[in-house]
Design a protein. Structure first.
Length: 333
């Protein structure tokens, strides 16, 4: 009987593309509780997926599993672990596909299935290259890029970011995907995941650099869920804070990502960021942001703080993502 009910559910959803619990309850003549039980079992075996959130929750057929041109057991454990740790594909419908599952889906969606094996090897080789050339202890030191951009006007001692925003050919990194969609969808669960991924790295910087103050870069565009406000609330850093704010003329908000030149971004940061609390101790400071585009916000903020704190303090920057080559404009975030 149960098997027959499940088959009826699948056929109904197949004919109607997707369905809500109440529709299935009416169609089958059973309670919504009984429908929920059947739907959970169908999701657990991979036949259905759930989309939306209460009160608009729909159930639809799960997409067909991606077939590969190579046997996955041919991959070494090292490569499999590498992809599972680093890759995330977020589908157009908002499905999070981690690791090898996501990589295979990206290959399929970009019509590159016949190049699957070379792509896997290339991606693995690219990660190895990055780990050897750019990362030290899991943190990317982007200070040289800042020096090349701001030359003698540099106010930050060192800039670190957790990961690159995107990689050539392979698109946004796992951290890049999480930051982008956490901000765009104001998704608290994604912010929580980013906190877990960054907590230990932040602790390491704070310990090694003997940080005495932390300072979160203020948001520009008002949102119901402010990414950095939530990140600040959830991250476990027990240090005094320097409070910043962004103020605009005529209450017109101009986001950094909307400015096309470095000079415009510098002016935006210089004229809109203000320090709200007094500073009197000479302690090392860590500035925290979600993404670095040109680096102008970080640098201009550091200059304002340095005026108040004096030359004796050291100012460091940490951001979740930054550009791979130079300081490009990241317009999506």
């Amino acid at each position: 009987m149960k098997t027959n009910t499940r088959q009826k559910i699948i056929e109904y959803i197949k004919n109607n593309q997707r369905s809500r619990v109440r529709d299935l309850s009416f169609y089958l003549g059973i309670s919504s509780v009984a429908v929920h039980k059947q739907l959970k079992k169908l999701i657990d075996v991979g036949l259905l997926t759930k989309i939306g959130r209460p009160p608009l929750v729909y159930y639809q057929l799960a997409p067909e599993k991606t077939t590969s041109t190579i046997k996955l057991n041919e991959l070494s454990k090292k490569i499999t672990d590498q992809i599972n740790e680093n890759y995330l594909y977020i589908s157009p419908s908002g499905e999070l596909l981690y690791g090898l599952t996501g990589f295979l889906q990206w290959v399929k969606k970009t019509n590159q299935e016949k190049y699957l094996k070379p792509l896997i090897n290339e991606y693995s080789g690219f990660l190895n290259k990055i780990n050897h050339q750019y990362k030290k202890g899991g943190i990317i030191d982007a200070t040289d890029k800042l020096k090349q951009t701001f030359l003698n006007d540099l106010a930050i001692n060192q800039l670190f970011y957790l990961d690159f925003y995107s990689l050539p050919k392979f698109g946004k990194t796992k951290i890049g995907q999480l930051v982008l969609y956490a901000k765009q969808s104001q998704n608290l669960s994604l912010i929580k995941e980013l906190v877990k991924l960054s907590q230990n790295k932040l602790n390491k910087i704070i310990r090694i650099k003997k940080i005495g103050y932390i300072c979160f870069i203020p948001h520009t565009i008002p949102r119901k869920v402010q990414f950095l406000k939530e990140y600040e609330r959830l991250i476990d850093i027990r240090l005094p804070k320097i409070n910043l704010a962004k103020v605009y003329k005529n209450n017109i908000f101009v986001a950094q990502k909307g400015l096309s030149t470095l000079q415009e971004r510098i002016v935006n940061a210089r004229e809109t960021i203000v320090i709200k609390n007094g500073l009197n101790d000479i302690k090392n400071i860590l500035l925290i942001d979600d993404a670095v585009g040109s680096g102008s916000t970080m640098n201009e903020t550091a200059k304002k703080i340095r005026i108040l704190m004096g030359k004796g303090c050291k100012i460091y920057g940490f951001t979740l993502v930054g550009s791979f080559k130079g300081f490009d404009v990241i317009r999506e975030i």
